[in-house]
Design a protein around this ligand. Structure first.
Ligand code: MN
Length: 409
C-alpha cells in the first residue's frame, strides 16, 4: 500500500500492522503507534487536533497506558486504524501536514509497559508442550492428564511482575529438592528457562456472573503481544504439586512493547487442529479461530553472537483464544480491559519447534548447540533471550517486535 513514508508492505511495522505502544517522551509515558522505523506520538497528535474529525474521545490519548483507549470499544479501534491508514496514504492529510511534530524515530525510543495489567492468566494450550512436559515430569505412558483434552487448562499468574522488553531479569532464588537429596535446599535456580508464548489483551470488560461465548469472544480481544513466561524448572518441580506453578513462574514475564490488533491479524486467520474427543457445547466454535504467527527464539551469550534455538508457530495451539475466554468466564469470572491472557508454551511436533529449553534439552539429557560453539541446557547469567513473532504472506508482513530479556546474577 503506497504511503508517503514509503514503508514497505513487507516491513514488520508495515501500514497493514499499526501496532500500539507506549514510549517515554519528555519523561512521560506517551501512547504511540508504530509505522516502519517511525512512530506516531498520539498524545501530541491529539493535542494538535489531528483526530478532530473522529467520534473518539481524544482525552484517552492523555493517559500513560492504553487501557482508556481500548475501553472506547471495537468500533473506535476500527475507525481510528482506518483513519491512520488513510492519513498515511494522503499528502493532504493533517497527519502529513504536522508530520515533523508527531513522528518520532522508533529505533532510539525508550519503550514502557503499554498497559495497566490488572490480572494475568496463563493457559497450557499446546498439546505438544503439555505432552513433552508430562513425559518428563510424570509418566511417559500417560503424559496428558485426563482433563487436558476437555478443559483449556490454565492458572492465575501474577500481573505485578510483567515487564517490557529490555528489562534485565534477576535470576530468582528459591527452594528446590536436588536429585538424590533428602532435604530441600535454598539458592539461585540452576534451571532457568524461557517459555515461548503469545498473549492476548482483553478489550472489553464483563460483569461478575457474565459468560462470554466462543461466538462473542473475539469482541473481547483487543490484540496480541509476544510473551516470555520465564520459569525456574527446579523450583517448579518441587513446588507444583498439588496446586500448580507458584514462585517458579511469578518472578518475571517479558512482553514485546507492541500490541498488534486483531484487525491487523485478520489476513492470517487459519484453522486449528481438529479436537478429538469432541468438547462440551460451551467450548465448541464456528469458523477459523487460529492465527498463523511465526515464532522464533534466540539465545545470545554475553559478548557473543545470537543463535536461533527455536522456530515455532502460534497455529499449533490445540485450544484457541475464543475457547480460552469462554472457559475463563463460564463460571461467571469477570474480565477487565487490559487483562492479559497468555497461551502457554507453544511447541510444535519437531524438536526445533520446542518452545522451552526444558524440552529442547529434554529435561537436561541433551546439549543445545549454539553457533559460537558453546552449548546450553538452561540459561546462564549474562545470556539474553530474544523472542520474535511475525505473520507473513506473499503480499504483506505484520510483526510484533521483540521480547528481549538479559539474565543477571
Ligand atoms: Mn507459561
Amino acid at each position: 500500500m503506497k504511503n508517503w513514508l514509503n514503508v514497505s508492505d513487507l516491513h514488520d511495522f508495515s501500514i497493514h500492522n499499526l501496532p500500539y505502544g507506549v514510549f517515554i517522551s519528555d519523561g512521560r509515558p506517551t501512547l504511540c503507534m508504530a509505522i516502519g522505523d517511525h512512530m506516531i506520538n498520539l498524545r501530541k497528535a491529539a493535542e494538535i487536533g489531528i483526530f478532530g474529525s473522529l467520534n473518539l474521545d481524544i482525552s484517552v490519548f492523555q493517559s500513560e497506558v492504553l487501557n482508556d483507549f481500548i475501553a472506547t470499544g471495537k468500533d473506535s479501534w476500527s475507525e481510528f486504524r482506518a483513519f491512520i491508514q488513510a492519513s498515511l496514504c494522503d499528502e493532504a492529510s493533517s497527519l502529513y501536514t504536522y508530520r515533523d511534530d508527531v513522528l518520532v524515530n522508533r529505533l532510539d525510543a525508550e519503550m514502557a509497559l503499554p498497559l495497566h495489567i490488572g490480572d494475568y492468566t496463563d493457559f497450557y494450550s499446546s498439546i505438544e508442550h503439555a505432552t513433552n512436559v508430562g513425559m518428563m515430569f510424570r509418566d511417559p505412558e500417560n503424559a496428558l492428564l485426563p482433563n487436558w483434552k476437555h478443559i483449556p487448562v490454565g492458572y492465575h499468574g501474577r500481573a505485578s511482575s510483567i515487564v517490557v522488553s529490555g528489562t534485565e531479569i534477576k535470576r530468582p532464588s528459591g527452594q528446590t529438592m536436588p536429585p538424590d537429596a533428602t532435604q530441600p535446599v535454598f539458592g539461585p535456580t540452576k534451571r532457568l528457562d524461557f517459555e515461548l508464548e503469545m498473549a492476548f489483551v482483553v478489550g472489553k470488560t464483563t460483569q461478575v456472573g457474565q459468560q462470554v461465548s466462543t461466538t462473542d469472544a473475539e469482541d473481547h480481544i483487543f490484540g496480541m503481544t509476544v510473551f516470555n513466561d520465564w520459569s525456574a524448572r527446579d523450583i517448579q518441580k518441587w513446588e507444583y504439586v498439588p496446586l500448580g506453578p507458584f514462585l517458579a513462574k511469578n518472578f518475571a514475564s517479558t512482553i514485546s512493547p507492541w500490541i498488534v490488533t486483531m484487525e491487523a491479524l485478520e489476513p492470517f486467520r487459519c484453522a486449528s487442529v481438529k479436537q478429538d474427543p469432541e468438547v462440551l457445547p460451551y467450548l465448541q466454535y464456528q469458523g477459523d479461530k487460529n492465527f498463523d504467527i511465526n515464532l522464533e527464539v534466540d539465545l545470545t551469550p554475553e559478548g557473543s553472537n545470537a543463535s536461533t534455538i527455536c522456530k515455532s508457530n502460534f497455529k499449533y495451539m490445540y485450544w484457541n483464544m475464543a475457547q480460552q475466554l469462554a472457559h475463563h468466564t463460564v463460571n461467571g469470572c469477570n474480565i477487565n480491559v487490559g487483562d492479559m491472557m497468555a497461551s502457554g508454551t507453544i511447541s510444535g511436533k519437531d524438536e526445533q519447534s520446542y518452545g522451552s529449553m526444558l524440552e529442547l534439552c529434554w529435561g537436561g539429557k541433551k546439549d543445545i548447540a549454539l553457533s559460537d560453539g558453546q552449548t546450553r541446557k538452561f540459561i546462564l547469567d549474562g545470556d539474553t533471550i530474544t523472542m520474535r513473532a511475525f505473520c507473513q504472506n506473499d503480499a504483506i508482513r505484520v510483526g510484533f517486535g521483540e521480547s528481549i530479556g538479559k539474565i543477571k546474577a
